[in-house]
Design a protein around this ligand. Structure first.
Ligand code: ZN
Length: 166
């Protein structure tokens, strides 16, 4: 079905706009490149919201390479307006803005937590401070023990020497 309604179908049958407006789709029809016959809803929405004559005027004022973007934008806005007649695109925009605000708050909270953890890691807490004090004290204690042993050995040597001397 999709292969049938591709290029051959769109070149033979009138575009969605001309079909809807019940007019002959002439060669060079301004709607034909953007409103293929297999997407009748696209033109229906755009026509209902903006009006076919306004869309024709708008497309004629634009350069050919700008027309596709313009039609896509009109189709998006028309679709949004059909779904939400009061707010249209603005409804979607405000929902997305609310999501951005919510995610920004989550990001701020995550960054604050990250900073908290980073600070507790970098700055010595009470526990880390005790360890730092304990380590040199412990090593000096070991050192003094060694020196005591050294002194005892020296003393012994001295005593021995003393004994040897006498
Ligand atoms: Zn046409």
């Amino acid at each position: 079905m999709s292969s049938y309604s591709s290029s051959s179908a769109s070149s033979n049958s009138p575009c969605a706009a001309c079909k809807f407006l019940r007019r002959k789709c002439m060669q060079g029809c301004i709607f034909a490149p953007y409103f293929p016959p297999e997407e009748p809803q696209k033109f229906f929405n755009v026509h209902k919201i903006f009006g076919a004559s306004n869309v024709t005027k708008l497309l004629n004022e634009l350069l050919p390479h700008q027309r596709e973007d313009a039609v896509n934008s009109l189709a998006y806005e028309a679709d949004a307006r059909m779904k939400d007649p009061v707010y249209g695109c603005v409804g979607a925009i405000s929902v997305l803005q609310q999501q951005v605000q919510l995610l920004q708050k989550e990001l701020d909270a995550a960054n604050a937590n990250l900073l908290k953890y980073a600070c507790s890691y970098c700055h010595p807490s009470a526990h880390a401070g005790h360890q730092q004090v304990l380590l040199p004290y412990h090593s000096s204690l070991q050192w003094s023990n060694n020196s005591d042993n050294e002194q005892m050995r020296e003393k012994g040597g001295y005593v021995y020497g003393d004994v040897d001397g006498s």
